[in-house]
Design a protein around this ligand. Structure first.
Ligand code: GLV
Ligand code: MN
Ligand code: MN
Length: 415
């Protein structure tokens, strides 16, 4: 079997996907189920069909593009990632795993390989939490990590429910049907940019993920009292934004003092009401994103933040309510998938690092139902979730080659 990646085609497809964006280039904004995202999804489906794959969508919009194996009833070997992008993002997060996965399948087809197990490319719906406040909605549902009832209750910032948004995206049917039957996948591998600087610093072009850190997120609502910016004297104030400022610093401090560099906490959204120059903020909405490789440590930091929040609330006479959106456990990557990735690297003479994924991925949830692994490639300066995110075409092609080799190892050949 001679595997060759068409680097030029893969690179031009990554560029073509980036054109589906609601931001000025080089920034990419592609929030799930917006008209721009729907056009991008249709474009990806057409690329999959052109490769002879059979495409279906489930009721949350996960796209499955299948290359049928000689034994279609045997569990499939899966690969894939996402194409939704947070506001002001780059071209590579998710896209490398989807288009690199497609090119890996095409390379296997060109090589004459005939799989016994089907190979399935997955484009997960709503990996990013931008729209519904929770990431990986598609993979949470297909792995049964989130119930259909809980998903149906989610709303976007405009108050539209998941069902209303799905309907507008021409996705009908019951969300209960998203959960995959047990044993659907024999194995799953996701190719992704590292989103950190370690591969680049080690001058190593491939990373095999050992484990995926545990993410949690909360929505925090602070309610104080508004009023005239001139009239209300300082001792009488219950300024919700000042309380938010104190809480944000308490969050930063709690993460810094956890004792490990693996603890990270971010407040990425701060909505101020009424948002007028001469009006004291009466309400503030914050989001908290907190992650750690160690679940006990992460939960300990969350408790420290909760205690800090109670003390700020009583000191400043404001109410602070937290709503837990998700608190997930970490995942270990499966030895058989890590082994297939390592053997494939060795076969092609590529060095690799074994590493932790501090970002979360749909693989975190697929790992609950199938042996799962991830392959990382470097991105310049470790930049991600920003417009200057960049991965070199030769690194992407190398990743796609190792992915193709690993998919072949994970499914049996029919010859
Ligand atoms: C995924 O995009 C993450 O935030 O880790
Ligand atoms: Mn992302
Ligand atoms: Mn991603």
């Amino acid at each position: 079997m001679k595997l060759e990646i068409d680097q030029q085609r893969l690179n031009s497809e990554i560029e073509a996907l980036a054109v589906f964006s609601d931001a000025e280039p080089p920034a990419v904004t592609r929030v799930v189920f917006t008209p721009t995202d729907l056009k991008a999804r249709a474009w990806v489906i057409s690329r999959c069909e052109e490769a002879g794959l059979t495409v279906r969508q489930d009721t949350i919009g996960n796209i499955f593009a299948r290359w049928s194996g000689a034994d279609p009833a045997a569990p499939a070997v899966g690969t894939g990632s996402h194409i939704d992008a947070i506001p002001n993002a780059g071209k590579y997060d998710g896209a490398v795993g989807v288009l690199g996965g497609l090119e890996a399948i095409r390379a296997l087809q060109r090589s004459g390989f005939r799989p016994k197990n089907s190979i399935e490319l997955l484009v997960f719906a709503t990996e990013e939490p931008t729209r519904f406040g929770i990431g990986c909605l598609g993979s949470r549902l297909l792995s049964g990590t989130l119930s259909a009832e809980a998903a149906a209750k989610l709303r976007d910032r405009d108050g539209e429910s998941v069902d209303e948004v799905r309907k507008k995206a021409a996705l009908s049917g019951n969300l209960q049907d998203v959960k995959l039957a047990g044993g659907h996948y024999k194995a799953f591998v996701e190719l992704h940019i590292e989103q950190g600087p370690l591969l680049e610093r080690a001058r190593t072009s491939l990373g095999i993920v050992k484990s995926i850190a545990a993410p949690a997120s909360l929505r925090i609502s602070i309610e104080g009292a508004g009023g005239h910016a001139g009239g209300v004297l300082m001792p009488d104030r219950k300024d919700a934004l000042c309380a938010a400022a104190e809480l944000i610093l308490a969050i930063e401090n709690a993460a810094r003092l956890s004792g490990a560099v693996d603890t990270v906490a971010t407040v990425g959204v701060c909505d101020v009401f009424p948002g007028a120059v001469n009006s004291i903020p009466s309400r503030v909405g914050l989001t908290l994103d907190i992650r750690d490789t160690d679940l006990v440590r992460r939960d300990g930091v969350m408790q420290t933040i909760e205690r800090g929040s109670q003390s700020i609330s009583s000191k400043r006479h404001v109410s602070i309510q937290s709503e837990l959106l998700n608190a997930d456990a970490p995942a270990d990557c499966a030895p058989e998938v890590r082994g297939a990735l390592a053997d494939s690297c060795r076969k092609h003479g590529f060095a690799f690092l074994e590493m932790v994924s501090r970002a979360y991925h749909d693989s975190l949830f697929v790992s609950r139902i199938a042996p799962t692994g991830m392959l990382f490639i470097p991105c310049r300066n470790g930049y991600s979730h920003r417009p200057d995110e960049y991965a070199a075409p030769e690194d992407i092609a190398r990743g796609a080659l190792v992915l193709a080799e690993s998919l072949a190892k994970l499914c049996s050949s029919s010859q």
